[in-house]
Ligand binder design. Structure first.
Ligand code: PEP
Ligand code: MG
Length: 543
């Protein structure tokens, strides 16, 4: 039995087998193959597995982004049947007596170089596809496919650390819990775990060499502990706790369909935060009245290229249609800092949280921004969408955004494409935005306070730095004062104000927020009913 403690980012219990994810260093090792035919059999099994994955991805993509965008997975399946490609792999194994992984990597490099050197633009573009299928085959061979792990049954993921783009690619249906050695409680990986409703522990000091895929474990998010190879007694106790938790959840379900209203009649909107269209299931399950923060950058993460306008349009359209008239606030691209995608070529920065990110990228590279705005304006025809801009620090930025929006409207008019201009708001997540919130309120339709970044920038504490977790105090008076200032300035201008940072879900502050007149709280879906319970039991008339 191995026992360790860490910081809990979601309170829940999980029991099940673990899958240990080890970072590969990107280098494929060359090994001598004693039995080349056995390696060839491994290649064939991996090809079969990759074909199945691609067929599944094709089906999923057709539903989410339409047939034409899904076609790439069809093309990849055909490429995997290409005899020249497969023969080259087999020959490398047979003539060089090397392992399957190495033969696949070398063949992938050779073929992709060959395509890249062709004159025909279409053939040139296939170089990236060859690389892609070779990486997929390599992952199938090493048992690390499906965005990171291979497991038939749901499992507890144990890793050194997970980036947001790795997390977003994991098959959520198959994850019981996360346990990581590193990570900060305010990181996007922690936020994703909360959104996924699964127990998660970070900063757990375990040696990954001492635990093995397949071992049983108990993750207790209430106590912040993980136990590998638990005794029968511990298992029994964990199962009893899970049962108790389930009963509490069932009680909360009786609040579905009820209003978010205090005993003295003050109503408040409780919305949910999501990272992708597939999270909407959790939103509906927990009866949120809308989506207060759709972190659209997750559409860009874990991909090898920018999502197209059509791909984004389909995602936003599906979101608003599924929410059937309820508000869906899409935050425009907030890439940068911990959320990185290689194809943005952001480069290394000394201080990425204060660097080239979010609206700054959109204003400096308006073509990227315009693609997203076109998709949003088009999707607005199909439901109740609002657009929200992140990381604002000045009124000039807002004015420049509106000029770009106007240009997009003109383009859509000229193209004869139907669209609607939705409500537009901004995130208040920099001290600068707080200080000029009176002026900003004149320009926009609403504010949503991003307390995660507001805390990081106000307290000068990097939210990613796990060593600083104990100093990161979102209850700091400065933050609460700022929230009050923003709420007052919004209301003076007749605009509504919400909180979409993690602080919005802090039940110890709910009463204070309601007293401040906050109109909306947008929280992880799993917090919606808990928040409703607290609101329905409070009376603010007497204090
Ligand atoms: C915030 O900063 O509070 C916020 C909601 O945005 P994110 O956590 O995605 O940076
Ligand atoms: Mg933020």
């Amino acid at each position: 039995m191995i026992h360790a403690n860490g910081k809990s980012v979601y309170r829940g219990i999980a029991v099940g087998p673990i899958v240990v994810l080890k970072k590969d260093d990107g280098q494929v090792k060359r090994r001598k193959a004693e039995d080349p035919e056995a390696e060839i059999n491994r290649v064939n099994a991996a090809v079969k597995q990759a074909q199945e994955q691609l067929a599944d991805l094709y089906e999923k993509a057709v539903k989410e982004v339409g047939e034409s965008n899904a076609a790439i997975f069809d093309i990849h399946q055909m490429m995997l049947e290409d005899e020249d490609y497969l023969d080259a792999i087999y020959n490398t194994i047979r003539t060089e007596f090397v392992n399957a992984e190495y033969a696949v990597a070398v063949t992938g490099d050779n073929f992709s170089e060959m395509f890249a050197g062709m004159d025909d633009e279409y053939m040139k573009a296939r170089a990236a596809d060859i690389k892609d299928i070779s990486i997929r085959l390599g992952k199938c061979l090493s048992g690390q496919s499906n965005g990171g792990f291979e497991s038939e049954e749901p499992a507890i993921i144990v890793a050194d650390d997970l980036t947001p783009s790795e997390t977003v690619q994991l098959d959520k249906e198959k994850i019981l819990a996360f346990v990581t050695v590193h990570g900060s409680t305010n990181s996007h990986t922690a936020i994703l775990a909360r959104m996924m409703n699964i127990p998660a522990l970070i900063g757990v000091p375990i040696n990954l060499e001492e635990v093995e895929t397949g071992m049983q474990a108990v993750v207790d998010g209430f106590e912040g502990e993980v136990i590998f190879e638990p005794t029968d007694d511990i298992l029994e106790c964990a199962n009893a706790k899970m049962q108790e938790e389930q009963e509490k959840q069932n009680l909360l379900k009786s609040l579905k369909g009820k209003e978010n209203v205090t005993l003295d009649g003050r109503k408040i909107n409780i919305y949910a935060n999501i990272g992708s269209v597939s999270d909407i299931g959790y939103v509906l399950e927990n009866d949120a009245s809308g989506i207060g923060l759709f972190r659209s950058e997750f559409l860009y993460l874990g991909k090898s290229d920018f999502p197209t306008e059509e791909e984004q349009f389909q995602a936003y359209k599906q979101a608003v249609q599924t929410m059937a008239g309820k508000k869906v606030i899409v935050r425009t691209l907030d890439i940068g800092a911990d959320k990185k995608a290689d194809y943005f070529e952001l480069g290394k920065e000394e201080n990425p949280a204060m660097g080239y990110r979010a609206i700054r990228i959109c204003l400096k590279q308006p073509e990227i921004f315009k693609t997203q705005l076109r998709a949003l304006l088009r999707a607005a025809v199909y439901g109740n969408i609002s657009i929200m801009y992140p990381m604002i620090i000045s009124t000039e930025e807002v004015k420049r955004i509106f000029e770009i929006v106007k240009a997009v409207q003109e383009e859509l008019d000229n193209d004869g494409i139907p669209y609607k201009l939705p409500e537009q708001g901004i995130m208040i997540e920099t001290p600068a935005a707080v200080m000029i919130s009176d002026e900003l309120a004149e320009l926009v339709d609403f504010f949503s306070i991003g307390t995660n970044d507001l805390t990081q920038y106000t307290l000068a504490i990097d939210r990613q730095n796990e060593k600083l977790d104990e100093f990161y105090n979102p209850h700091h008076k400065a933050i609460l004062k700022m929230i009050r200032i923003v709420a007052d300035n919004a209301h003076k201008c007749g605009k509504w104000v919400g909180i979409c940072g993690e602080l919005g879900a802090d039940l110890t502050l709910t009463k204070e927020f309601v007293r401040m007149g906050i109109d909306e709280l947008s929280v992880a879906p799993s917090m919606v009913l808990k928040l409703r319970k607290v609101i329905r039991e409070m009376d603010i008339s007497s204090d």
